[in-house]
Write a new protein. Structure first.
Length: 125
């Protein structure tokens, strides 16, 4: 099992983001490198879920979670609906079946979304 802040876990999260990046309908010339992909995803999120109205009181990470739960078009976040977040997170953290069992689906969804958000923000810097 990897720690969530380990170099290998961060690499696995970046690979997960790249595998689930779905720019179809957003651009005809999608970025290929992680920093550009991260910036593209965050720019899309920020334009689709701006900090105005009812969202003004939410932190950006809370807005990102809300956006991801709504089936973000540019990033496949179907682990909220028809794919196991426990399995996705377990693959990223290289967990055994018994290690994966410590999370239920809502906990895994929350942690996976926060790891994605953290890595997107880091990737843009």
């Amino acid at each position: 099992m990897l720690r969530t802040n380990s170099k290998k876990a961060r690499e696995n999260i970046r690979a997960y983001i790249l595998d689930n990046f779905t720019p179809d309908g957003y651009t005809d010339n999608p970025p290929q490198e992680f920093p550009s992909v991260a910036a593209f995803i965050l720019d899309t999120f920020r334009s689709e879920k701006p900090a105005i109205g009812g969202y003004a009181r939410m932190s950006e990470s809370e807005r990102f979670t809300d956006w991801a739960q709504g089936l973000a078009g540019v990033l496949d976040t179907c682990y909220y609906y028809n794919r196991s977040a426990v399995d996705d997170l377990g693959a990223i953290l290289e967990e055994t079946e018994s290690e994966k069992a410590r999370f239920d689906e809502p906990q895994a969804e929350s942690l996976l979304t926060s790891l994605i958000y953290r890595e997107l923000v880091r990737g843009c810097k």
